[in-house]
Design a protein around this ligand. Structure first.
Ligand code: R5P
Length: 301
């Protein structure tokens, strides 16, 4: 039984790293749109009971969803024993509650769709806020990669006297873990979201850490309103250096440029979503967790 990896376009380097780590053959396949916008895909392989692993970058998930589900269905029909999904960034996790009456609980609907087409899921730090585990909404087994040790390593290698800042109380456990791993003090800010691109930030206790180099840490940078709000407060408090570290750099619109313009000296992300800020490679971790999941699925048989 062999492992075959089918990667969506645009994430070639990550795909090569995962393929090496997994010992999986990286298979070519074709994806294009018909003139009317419908999806055409072709995987000219016979899978003969091999495991097929799909690697997809789920930034802009709506346009990728149909091709993703169609690829999973095609691979199954071509004989795949199991079809697994590696989605380094798992979209739709933030819609985990009806904030207003009548809103769609899209995290659940998205989970239901993926669970219907795949046999297992591997991802990196999904936004588990009101859900405690992916099992609450995904009916397939999953394995999570935690980027905290890798972030801590980056900080150790690049920042001499860091003070870590998490954007809100939710981030406390996480910032604490990174702080412990790189022996850095930490604070959490208070955040109030006023709109998609507007937040209000308060940070107390900065005066206890004069001269520190600030590292703001968040799981997702989307509009970068959160990071910009924190950077503004840090600059106003007179700190000379501020870096922003994000696991998933979505950077909607001009977010990256705006964050640099707001005063961030450096913006660093992992490679869950390809971006010029990627400095932390998670391919080995993703390969390891995928192996764990495959072993678990094998043991269940
Ligand atoms: C929210 O709960 C997340 O942890 C991030 O703080 C949020 O998604 C960042 O979004 P934005 O960059 O749009 O402020």
């Amino acid at each position: 039984m062999a492992l075959r990896l089918f990667s969506f376009p645009g994430i070639e380097r990550l795909a090569e790293g995962i393929s090496r780590g997994l010992g999986a053959k990286l298979e070519p396949w074709t994806l294009r749109r018909f003139p009317d916008g419908e999806t055409y895909l072709r995987a000219d392989v016979s899978l003969a009971a091999d495991d097929a692993i799909v690697l997809a970058n789920l930034r802009d998930p709506d346009e990728k969803l149909a091709p993703l589900l169609f690829l999973a269905a095609t691979l199954r029909e071509l004989g795949a024993k199991r079809v697994l999904l590696i989605a380094p960034y798992l979209a739709y996790m933030r819609q985990d509650i009806r904030f207003n009456p009548g809103e769609g609980l899209t995290s659940r609907y998205f989970a239901r769709l993926l669970s219907g087409y795949f046999d297992g899921l591997v991802t990196v730090d999904p936004h588990l806020h009101r859900y405690h585990s992916l099992d609450e909404i995904y009916s397939i087994p999953s394995r999570l990669c935690h980027a905290a040790p890798e972030l801590a390593e980056w900080i150790r290698d690049n920042v001499t006297a860091p003070l870590l800042i998490g954007p809100d109380a939710e981030s406390l456990q996480w910032v604490r873990e990174v702080g412990a791993a790189c022996e850095a003090p930490f604070l959490t800010a208070e955040k109030r979201r006023l709109g998609d691109r507007e937040v209000e930030i308060e940070i107390s206790g900065l005066d206890r850490f004069p001269g520190r180099q600030i590292v703001v840490i968040d799981d997702i940078i989307s509009s970068a309103a959160t990071m910009r709000g924190i950077v503004a407060k840090i600059r106003a408090a007179g700190f000379a250096e501020v870096r922003c570290l994000g696991v998933h750099g979505l950077f909607a619109g001009d977010a990256y440029r705006e964050l640099l313009a707001a005063g961030a000296d450096q913006v660093v992300t992992t490679n869950t979503i390809p971006h010029v800020s990627n400095q932390i490679d998670l391919s080995a971790l993703l390969a390891t967790r995928t192996r764990d999941l495959l072993a678990d699925l094998e043991a269940r048989q």
